[in-house]
Design a protein around this ligand. Sequence first.
Ligand code: ATP
Length: 199
Amino acid sequence: MQVVKMELRGFKSFADKTVLTFDRGITAIVGPNGSGKSNISDAVRWVLGEQNVRQLRGQKAEDVIFSGTAQRRSQGVAEVSLYFDNQDNTLDIAFSEVVITRRLFRSGESEFYINKRPCRLKDIHRLFADTGMGQDSMAVIEQNRVDRILNSKPDERRIIFEEVAGISRFKGRKQDGLRKLAETERNLERVGDLMSVLA
Ligand code: ATP
């Protein structure tokens, strides 16, 4: 799976339709302070379903909508689409190209789409769960998080590596498995007790 393109319109400082294409390898976005570099990573988080406005450096949901400048009126809707090459079927959907879209109106109404078909936020979260791109993944690392990682204790850093390597997921499943095993052992004991009473 690879992000190949992003389209923004009315999102933060991107009033006009803006199309960014991403080639294979590393893409660096450069520009003067305040030119909108971080707004691009905010757009990635937002379209992937981020609900916490502080993670998007805002106070309220509508802060992602272009709020106007001295020369330009504000807009009524923000829209971001993110295109994925899914030829390796990382996303569990029968399309080799997948596009997810999020739209927010100033009225508060919001819309989500997968391949231009309306869906729920939950469907977006499900589609990206366990792909490394989902909510709470390390796919987007903001500036202050870099400091936090560098200053973290070895134990905390280990958790980060486990998350990146996808081990946390298995640790969670192991805990579930151990819990079920303990429950089964308790049930077996009860069966043993019943058998001894009946014998
Ligand atoms: P730096 O290099 O300093 O980190 P940057 O290139 O990452 O800067 P951003 O933080 O992405 O810049 O962009 C900040 C700009 O986005 C500011 O000029 C701010 O006014 C503008 N901006 C943020 N939200 C909106 C909005 N809703 N409407 C219009 N402009 C916005």
